[in-house]
Design a protein around this ligand. Structure first.
Ligand SMILES: CC(C)(COP(=O)(O)OP(=O)(O)OC[C@H]1O[C@@H](n2cnc3c(N)ncnc32)[C@H](O)[C@@H]1OP(=O)(O)O)[C@@H](O)C(=O)NCCC(=O)NCCS
Length: 165
């Protein structure tokens, strides 16, 4: 039986995050970039791992990384910096679980809004965010330089609405 679990991203995960990112995006980020991000107190994230076979013994300690999300919190707002799931593990609810972990964390701290930017031609991600109640808030024309050419950035956000007094 496959068991997914989310663990907190730490600087020691930088190589793993860069490897997953490299399989999810055309413009992979450097290992050092993840190290720098995760050294910032404003940046946190979750890594999904597949726990090994459920039988007792050493096999249960093997963890295979499948996806991750990184966020940056400034004031009462949180930005999704990046989110990716390995292609062979998509449509299994892994990104939804990662977003759920972020939303749970947002309820612990005074975060009122979560936002992100996504390329106009990234239909999977746009569908994913729509499914999770994000709404389009604006467009940055020709923002991304991709192999298909210049692409607009679609700005999306979701109000969490738990701002503490
Ligand atoms: C976008 C991404 C993170 C989704 O990850 P995932 O683990 O497959 O997502 P989930 O399984 O949680 O999907 C939840 C819902 O989102 C929507 N969705 C996800 N992928 C979709 C796709 N390719 N096409 C249409 N809708 C999609 C569906 O409504 C899906 O529910 P369903 O499977 O019951 O129909 C993944 O496709 C990915 O890593 N893409 C490359 C990196 C990327 O674009 N990151 C986002 C940049 S902002």
């Amino acid at each position: 039986m496959t068991i997914f679990q989310e663990i907190n991203c730490r600087p020691l995960h930088s190589e793993i995050l860069a490897a997953i990112h490299g399989r999810c995006f055309d413009n992979p980020w450097l290992v050092a970039s993840f190290g720098d991000l995760l050294s910032s107190s404003a940046v946190t994230g979750f890594l999904t791992v597949e726990a090994g076979a459920a039988e007792p013994g050493p096999a249960t300690t093997s963890l295979a990384p499948l996806g991750f999300i990184l966020i940056q919190t400034v004031g009462d707002e949180c930005e999704i910096l990046t989110l990716g799931v390995l292609p062979e593990f998509r449509r299994a609810g892994i990104a939804s679980r990662l977003l759920g972990a972020v939303l749970s964390k947002a309820h612990e701290v005074p975060v009122n809004r979560i936002f992100l930017e996504v390329s106009e031609n990234n239909y999977a991600a746009r569908s994913f965010y729509h499914r999770h109640d994000f709404a389009q808030t604006g467009i940055r024309p020709h923002y991304y330089n991709m192999k298909e050419g210049r692409m607009d950035a679609i700005m999306m956000s979701r109000v969490i609405g738990n701002l503490r007094k």
